[in-house]
Design a protein around this ligand. Sequence first.
Ligand code: ADP
Length: 634
Amino acid sequence: MTESATSNRETLGFQTEVKQLLQLMIHSLYSNREIFLRELVSNASDACDKLRFEGLHNDALFENDSELSIRIGFDKEARTLTVSDNGIGMNRDEVIANLGTIAKSGTREFFSRLSGDQQKDANLIGQFGVGFYSAFIVADKVTVTTRRAGENAGQGVRWESDGGGEFAIEMVDKAVRGTEITLHLREGQDDLLAGYKLREIVKKYSNHIVQPILMQKEEWKDGKYETLDEDETVNQASALWAKPKNEITDEQYTEFYKHVGHDYDDPLAWSHARVEGKTEYTQLLYIPQHAPFDLWDRNARHGIKLYVRRVFIMDDAEQLMPLYLRFVRGVVDSADLPLNVSREILQESKDIEAIRKGCTGKVLGLLSDMAANDKEKYATFWQEFGKVLKEGVGEDFANKDKIAGLLRFATTHSDTPDETVSFADYIARMKDGQEKIYYVTAETFNAAKNSPHLEVFRKKGIEVLLFSERVDEWMLSYLTEFDGKQLVSVAKGGLDLGKLEDEADKKAQEKEADEFKPLTEKIKTSLGDKVKEVRVTHRLTDSPACLVADEHDPSGNLARMLKAAGQKAPNSQPILEINPQHPMLLRLKSEEKRFDDWAAVLFDQALLAEGGQLDDPAAFVKRMNQLMLQMGGD
Ligand code: ADP
């Protein structure tokens, strides 16, 4: 960069993340370099939308020119390409904040999570939302000249950078409001300096931007293009959602998604409908293919763009979607709301309530259809957004059953956590006489799958659902039945297999319970307050003992989760259940000398087997060693 003679020129450093993003972007998106134009046009379109909206309250912002448009031009000699708009523009502070940092929350975490290989993965960078910086894919210097509408008559700001570590900023003359972005193309990018090429890219990626995109008209003459002194509109410039469905192609829906969703990937599915009746609106809602990196950041922007009679009102209108559907992107265009609607008004509007209800229903319907008709697609959805959808069970009482029908679970009847079943699948293959839906919760899939509580269910071939996500315990507190069938944890309360157990078995078990009474009492005395009760169980076939929670106590897994989260878990003692068939218990019946050690080891083992942590691991190891020595000496 040459030193400018003007005294107000200042050089500033990019935020660290910007530098990283720039490098990643240039390398990983190069093979799809054309998207830079979509990103710049998309920003220009947003800037026009913002001006239109602010102008509703303040006509002066239009500076007597309310025809909003975007212009693309090029200069073959100078090897530059220019995208300009007469939208809202930026003042000096905004330029520094918007083009010198990444304002989005969660950026730092996002970058720190990427491995070297991932950094080369275009899809991952795409998830981040490529935006303005994508200009550097094709340019080795970018100059932005901008003036905010209604401010500093004639005085604008110029920002300039070569995409290294710094940018320069200075005040310059700028008569018209809005933003002009000039790209000084890299070597080898000269094919972009052609009208037909740019028109082709615009048609492909930005055809349905609402504002007209203007370019200088060209005429084919004497074997080459000649530019005329006249502009033409090169895109369709109409609101896509306002068109009838049968006039819109899949490509057009997809292209529009990339604009509203700030996404690099195609959408997974969409739903487009005009709703008539008491509240009138049009909705075009998309489900992305990938979860955004900030899905778990509750402050991240989410939601839907709100329009009123095709005038842009606001981004991220979170009132239009419940939180558990925060991954949905798209547009709602209301026919009834006033143009000067504010976020405060939205919170109380009956129309918004109706729209939210309608949109929620549409999305759940779309998902049900997908689950029924395209299992593979639904599996992708579930993989990306299943955890978020689970929040809906507790958040959306009215749609609880519908959401429960969309849930998918790992099960004892498959080998991997990815082979999942629905409640309907489970119920369809329940055993004769089975009345309940059985499940187990644990911290990991493996801990759930290998839980000792499952032993008798395995033996009898009864399917058990395996829950191992953090949200599951919380969700299950809201989900006590499905389709009239009670959900029962196999790690809580006494084992009740109902009709699945035969009379002879029950008799034998009662007898054993009596026979082992002296032993269970002795263990209880030895363990004292550590357990609420010690009893004989028939849920075990291989393990000597397990812990269960009393019917109305939190499960061991939940108690551990609460503790790990620093929350106070209600002080509940587990019940120790012993397996009367196990040799260890038979031996314990006649043990005298080291009974307390055996009892302690029995308890600690049971705790370890269900994924718990020992209070005093060293003591456990010491006892084990002593018992092993004792056995060797016997
Ligand atoms: P995003 O658009 O995803 O927020 P960008 O990096 O593309 O991220 O742009 C950052 C910000 O810069 C935008 O949010 C906007 O405020 C501002 N900006 C970019 N282009 C323009 C423009 N043509 N006119 C006005 N503001 C713009």
